[in-house]
Design a protein around this ligand. Structure first.
Ligand code: TYD
Ligand code: MG
Length: 450
């Protein structure tokens, strides 16, 4: 027996109301509320429960053994490999390479484990054509083209794989519900059934979900709390670099990144990513900083172009750092270095457009701006690390030790940093020339005097 229940669901944020509104009361977006019919099935009431609570001391603490995804970069983002029984949501814009990375990974995992790839968007032949481009081997890899959730669940139970992939959650549907595939209630209902299946059978499950840049079509957004790990696959479709970033991870640290390159024959991992975001040239307007992404230090160039303006309001644009951060840095330079910048346009771009969130890139941005303004190259072979305080002081940076280690590894000669603990300084003697500074003025005098 089942009863029908009508609710109104915002397709943007997933909030539910009992009547229609033109504008969502929760996220304020317009025309995104859709009526959806839920089926309240009585089957939930007659579940036979044969699970029991057990004494805490009896739970064995043996380490969960993860298995590799076949890519070191992917494993790093997952916190060291795939955890059996875990559910991972892989989000990203259409066409970014989600199907490609999971198919490559499926092939590699299938050399040791049983893998089931469920394709709901492409036919078996289309997947085969993709596979042929990838030039890979597989052993225990099964593929199933289906969009109906009950058939998918039946097949997963029958095959009982170690690792299963759903490509994608927006394309499958639960026939008991009347809403269309991709709607918030379908996406939620299908995911929670799949999640229960994965947990009960100890199957690692990877669910693909499409997300557009502005977060619209964000069915998957509403799933983030359901799954164990949320990973985003990002990149500029024009450039070949792709970044895998963990947004949430119950089994590892968040904001961990993995870097790949999309080639003719699929994705290739980049083992030394610092090399792709830096150019190692000593010209005016360019500095190098070392940021921290997850647990990984990464060298990135910061380029500035400062020009006399022709506008009444000078132009300020950024690629890779936030515009508000740039405004703040410009204000600090005006006040504490005593240089008037209101007559200049200022453009900032990071190497490869890499998005830097670490505030310790401030010093690099400030020195690049002043270097471009004065047309003087900064001190050669130097990295700049430090967050700029509003009073012009250079504040401590987190993970400074691993950032300096990365600079040493890359063969950088000088590094300009905030005041260090003595112990760190002693560790790096003879390896790199460390210049400790306490404010922006000192940094400018040290690195831009000719
Ligand atoms: P795809 O994995 O289908 O994206 P998604 O599943 O996220 O929608 O990737 C499609 C893009 O990747 C397409 O523009 C072609 C490109 N591509 C390559 O450049 N090399 C390859 O080997 C493959 C398989 C795809
Ligand atoms: Mg795809």
């Amino acid at each position: 027996m089942s009863s029908k229940l009508s609710t109104f669901i915002c397709q943007n944020c997933g909030s539910e109301t009992s009547q229609y509104f033109g504008r969502c009361l929760n996220c304020n977006s317009w025309n995104c509320i859709v009526e959806e019919i839920k089926i309240k099935s009585s089957k939930y009431q007659d579940i036979k429960n044969n699970k029991k609570s057990i004494p805490f001391n009896e739970i064995s603490s043996k380490k969960i053994s993860r298995f590799t995804s076949g890519f070191r970069e992917f494993d790093r983002v997952l916190g060291g490999g795939i955890v059996p029984g875990s559910v991972v949501l892989l989000g990203g814009e259409p066409g970014i390479g989600k199907s490609t990375i999971v198919l490559q990974s499926a092939g590699k995992i299938s050399l040791n484990e049983k893998v089931l790839y469920i394709t709901a968007e492409e036919s078996l032949e289309q997947v085969k054509i993709r596979w042929e481009r990838l030039n890979q081997n597989s052993i225990d890899l099964k593929i199933f083209a289906e969009t109906n959730l009950s058939l998918i669940i039946e097949e997963i139970k029958r095959v009982n794989p170690c690792f299963a992939i759903i490509d994608s959650i927006q394309a499958i549907h639960n026939q008991e519900m009347e809403s269309s595939p991709g709607s918030v209630s379908q996406v939620r209902a299908c995911s929670s059934e799949l999640q229960n299946l994965a947990k009960d059978n100890n199957i690692a499950l990877l669910i693909i979900g499409h997300v557009t840049k502005d977060g619209a079509l964000a069915g998957p957004k509403t799933l983030e709390h359901l799954v164990d790990t949320v990973i985003n696959f990002e990149g500029d479709k024009i450039s070949s670099h792709r970044i895998l970033k963990s947004i949430k991870n119950r089994f590892g640290s968040t904001f961990e990144i993995g870097i790949f390159e999309m080639l003719e024959g699929g994705l290739r991992e980049i083992k030394n990513p610092s090399s792709i975001f830096t150019n190692k040239e000593n010209i005016s307007g360019v500095t190098t900083t070392i940021t921290n992404e997850g647990t990984r230090p990464l060298a990135v160039d910061i380029q500035a172009l400062v020009n006399k303006t022709f506008y009444s309001n000078p132009r300020r644009t950024t690629t890779g750092i936030s515009i508000n951060r740039l405004h703040q840095i410009l204000a600090v330079i005006e006040k504490h270095v005593g240089i008037k910048l209101s007559e200049f346009d200022c453009y900032i771009a990071t190497g490869g457009g890499f998005e830097i969130n670490d505030p310790s890139s401030d010093l690099g941005v400030a020195i690049s701006i002043l270097s471009s303004l004065k047309n003087i190259p900064p001190l050669a072979n130097t990295s700049f690390i430090g967050e700029l305080g509003l009073s012009g002081q250079v504040r401590k940076s987190n993970n400074l030790r691993i950032k300096i280690e990365e600079a040493v590894r890359l063969g950088i000669k000088n590094i300009v940093v905030p005041k260090l603990e003595e112990e760190i300084n002693n560790n790096f003697q003879n390896l790199i020339n460390i210049k400790e500074i306490s404010n922006i003025k000192e940094a400018v005098d040290y690195s831009l005097s000719k």
